[in-house]
Design a protein around this ligand. Structure first.
Ligand SMILES: [Mg+2]
Length: 210
């Protein structure tokens, strides 16, 4: 190859790499640290050993379907498994006070309602009020554009869990469309990875974009 051709090729690559870099950064807002299909797969003992002391847990479609007013056996089992490892749970939901408080009280866990995820102001305050640090906190939820986006803005680890129901009552058609397409895109780029041990990485400092 002539030097000139070589130079052009490098230039093209540079432009191409620049585009994918921007896209990659964009996708990093939505990349979960890990993915599971059910919370029963999670080894909370390992999470505790890795330094997780607080779990921020989404309610609707993560812990229970929207229409269940009292905790299901699944929800009870998950909470018991987390508590058994001496990890604190705070239910962090965008739903209203009545819905969230009733559920949380029956499970005997703390809660935050009208959270406004993916905004993070209220969540950060709640973490601080309870005496935890960001690095010992893990966010668990079923929605990339709410739960995972909030976690990445807080720079904390996140676990994406497959929604209990395939539809999301609380979100609009447009939001569901965005959610589905971001998921597909992340999956295609191998950014949704189910790690065998269900362990988290420390938050990936390489993408400090906030
Ligand atoms: Mg949810």
């Amino acid at each position: 190859m002539f030097p000139e051709q070589q130079e052009n090729k490098t230039k093209n690559n540079l432009y191409h790499n620049h585009d994918s870099f921007i896209l990659e950064l964009f996708l990093m807002y939505f990349k979960p640290s890990n993915y599971v299909e059910s919370l029963l797969e999670v080894n909370f003992e390992i999470l505790k050993k890795q330094g997780t002391n607080l779990i921020l847990l989404d309610l609707d479609n993560t812990l229970a379907p929207h229409f269940t007013k009292i905790p299901t056996n699944y929800a009870k089992t998950v909470i018991e498994k987390i508590k058994a490892q001496d990890i604190e749970v705070i239910i962090v939901s965008n739903n209203n006070e009545l819905r969230v408080s009733r559920f949380a009280k029956l499970l005997d866990v703390k809660y935050l309602y009208n959270t406004k995820k993916p905004f993070i102001k209220k969540i950060r305050k709640k973490i601080e009020e309870n005496g935890y640090k960001l690095e010992e906190t893990l966010m668990i939820g079923d929605m990339i554009i709410m739960d995972i986006f909030a976690a990445n803005r807080l720079k904390i680890d996140s676990l994406l869990v497959k929604p209990i129901l395939s539809y999301n009552v609380g979100s609009t058609k447009k939001m569901n469309w965005i959610e589905t397409n971001i998921f597909k895109r992340l999956k295609r780029d191998n950014l949704i990875i189910k790690k065998n041990s269900v362990t988290m990485n420390l938050y990936d400092k390489e993408y400090e974009i906030f």
